[in-house]
Design a binder for this molecule. Sequence first.
Ligand SMILES: Nc1nc2c(ncn2[C@@H]2O[C@H](COP(=O)(O)OP(=O)(O)OP(=O)(O)O)[C@@H](O)[C@H]2O)c(=O)[nH]1
Length: 301
Amino acid sequence: MSEFEDFRAGFVSVVGRPNAGKSTLLNAMVGTKIAITADQPETTRRVIRGIVQLEAGQLIVVDTPGLHRPRTLLGERLNDMVGEALSDVDAVALCMPADEPTGPGDRFLLDLVKKTGAPILAVITKMDKVTKDALAERIIEISQMHEFAEIVPVSAVAGEQVGLLASLLLERMPLSPPLYPRDSVTDETEEDRIAELIREAALVGVREELPHSIAVVVDEMEERPRREGEPVLAIHASLYVERESQKGIIIGRGGARLKRVGRSSRESIEAMLGRQVYLNLFVKVAKDWQRDPKLLGRLGF
Ligand SMILES: Nc1nc2c(ncn2[C@@H]2O[C@H](COP(=O)(O)OP(=O)(O)OP(=O)(O)O)[C@@H](O)[C@H]2O)c(=O)[nH]1
């Protein structure tokens, strides 16, 4: 009998309108921080795979950028990524918040994911935000939308029913040996994850169009020997904005804001890597990068 005879492994697409709680759910399922979260909608830019390692199998979770009407080339690319993320999945988790009624965005997404032919599980996110009665009503409302494979209320923040959701998804995965090493949590590179942590820190408290103008690239990482103890990891990263005026906002009076961003991203990078790092952040202007195909490519889109 082979080691993985009853093992299941497959791909799950997590979809939902902006701010539905997809990234928080993904992090809770994986058990570590893979996707960054923020209060502003449309924080998620790239398709991130988180790998949920379970006793009896592996869920490769694809996090999709919130669907929205494309206004820029970046917007169009994001929507293309949603299409790619949806092809060839074994199950879809359609996230809808408990504290907001069903809207046209949810129905649009439902029609889109129906085309995959994969089982669709309705996930009612943020259940901690509503009363039991309100949740019961929301379940009824969602059950009338479509014949879902399951309707699962969860709270990623409180960790409620996240494990149940994972096992309901796993039941729908094909029998397969592990698709990724048993100890990996993502297929993102370390550089990408570091850049995302810096972007997350830079997003705190910024408003209007600025969040979409920020991109982060890790330029270089080097081991720096020290006279005593372990070497320190030096990270050089560039934080791009689209206009000179935005540079001032990011840097802040006397560099105070940039210092805060540097400190908090260094702390989260150290927590992720479990070691001390030295972070060197540069703020640069890449004029209108969201509309410039060459710059988009260079910034990793
Ligand atoms: N109370 C509560 N808040 C939650 C829960 N899950 C997510 N949130 C909050 O909802 C907001 C949006 O969460 P995200 O996970 O970034 O949402 P998203 O769907 O990935 O958003 P996009 O990147 O816009 O697609 C954040 O402020 C989260 O803290 C939950 O279970 N309970």
